[in-house]
Design a binder for this molecule. Structure first.
Ligand SMILES: *Cc1c(COP(=O)(O)O)cnc(C)c1O
Length: 408
């Protein structure tokens, strides 16, 4: 049974059929999936969701596929960790980490969006998928399309971290390293997408793909006992995840699955690529594109497709936005590892670094519930910290050498 009515333009509201379309022909606004919420409300209860397998498809009525899901059957339902040690360090009462650094199969939140995109691409009859990626999307499309038996073309900026490149090549896709930044890769892919009949997960399938991010928010609310947190800090690249987390929470409220929604949503970016943060701080309706220069490469999108919606999410929810330097990113990665045993990639360093700043500034009060979104795994961006965590102590295989070299 389908709960999708079709697509709808976010700007002018014009409706379109369920097809691989993504921009409005009249106003060039982005298209979004339009659900039949009345029908969903009759079907979906907390109990039904709780009885389902612990994966991202527990809320399948709120995801844009018509049949049963075929991909990502082990994706999602990642841990929500009560971070007791970090609470002490930061001086706050109730802090959680939503930890997608252990997501299946490729250790980032992108596994969620790709699962939806591939399930949908198959419903549309595509045999080839493609993407423009800052790294994690490349990993996930390569892995999941391999399992699905789809042809896969993946486009990345040539200067990505080795972990992201190896973590893509291992699944044997056609990997194209473009000499340019992500925004140039994306522009090229938009041209390719008009010429070849491929499912570009974040271009012509984008309205469907992006919906997968909502599951991140659904899970947080369920894991908090069907409550939304007071504050949630989200890393931003193209601005899709933050927009969809907010949409997901609003849907839960509309469907009566949570009783109250007074969550403030905060955007986090690196100083070297902070077009969304700048727009929030300048109270601007437009995003000024920047040329990225940061170690947080997974967030290095200088011209974010959903930037204006990220800004309106922050404003509508009453949140705020903040940026951190590369040094602060590394410090936050180290802090998270030594306090909570979670090794996150640079994006997680951005999120925690920004959280720390917002608490210090008094923007986030110390006695209310806070969720920090950890979206990727540190093993993929080892070069960011390699020179900043000391070295192992070398000894000979003797007790004397041990005692000479190690102070107990
Ligand atoms: C892609 C990505 C994000 C942000 O994604 P957008 O939806 O483009 O804002 C956050 N964290 C990580 C690790 C990512 O790979």
């Amino acid at each position: 049974m389908s709960y999708i009515k079709g697509l709808k333009c976010r700007e002018c509201g014009r409706v379109y059929p369920k097809e691989p379309l993504y921009v409005c022909e009249y106003c060039f606004g982005p298209l979004e999936v339009d659900y039949d919420y009345e029908k969903i409300k009759k079907k979906l209860t907390r109990k039904i969701i709780e009885c389902r397998p612990k994966n991202m498809w527990r809320h399948k009525e709120l995801l844009p596929i018509d049949g049963e899901p075929t991909d990502g059957l082990n994706t999602g339902f990642t841990p929500l960790i009560r971070a007791k040690n970090l609470e002490k360090v930061l001086g706050v009462k109730e802090l959680y980490l939503k930890d997608d650094s252990v997501n299946h199969p490729t250790l980032s939140f992108k596994d969620r969006v790709v699962a939806v995109a591939l399930s949908k691409a198959k419903e549309f009859g595509f045999d080839t998928v493609a993407c423009a990626s800052t790294g994690n999307l490349a990993n996930s499309v390569a892995a999941q399309a391999a399992v699905a038996g789809l042809k896969r073309y993946i486009f990345i900026p040539a200067d990505l971290e080795l972990g992201k490149i190896i973590g893509t090549l291992i699944y044997n896709p056609i990997l194209v390293a473009v000499e340019g930044n992500y925004d140039q890769v994306n522009r090229l892919c938009s041209e390719i997408a008009t010429k070849y009949k491929w499912a570009f997960v974040n271009i012509n399938i984008r309205p469907y793909y992006a919906e997968g991010s909502k599951t991140f928010a659904y899970e947080i609310a369920e894991q908090l006992g069907w409550h939304a947190p007071k504050h949630i800090i989200v890393p931003c690249a193209g601005g899709s995840l933050i927009t969809k987390i907010w949409k997901g929470l609003k849907e839960l409220y509309k469907l009566g699955l949570i009783d109250k929604l007074d969550t403030k949503v905060y955007a986090a970016q690196a100083k070297g690529c902070a077009p969304i943060i700048t727009a929030v701080k300048e109270n601007s309706e437009i995003i000024k594109p920047v040329k990225p220069n940061t170690i947080a490469k997974s967030l290095a999108i200088g011209n974010p497709a959903d930037g204006i919606y990220a800004v309106s999410t922050v404003k509508e929810s009453g949140g705020w936005a903040e940026e951190v330097s590369d040094e602060e990113i590394v410090e936050a990665i180290k802090l998270l590892a030594k306090s909570e045993g979670v090794f996150t990639e640079t994006a997680g360093g951005v999120t925690l670094g920004v959280t720390k700043k917002l608490i210090t500034q008094g923007k986030i009060p110390r006695d209310e519930s806070i969720v920090v979104c950890i979206t990727g795994n540190g093993l993929k961006t080892q070069e960011a910290v390699a020179e900043k965590i000391g070295k192992p102590i070398k000894i000979k295989p003797t007790l004397t050498s041990f005692e000479e070299n190690i102070k107990i």
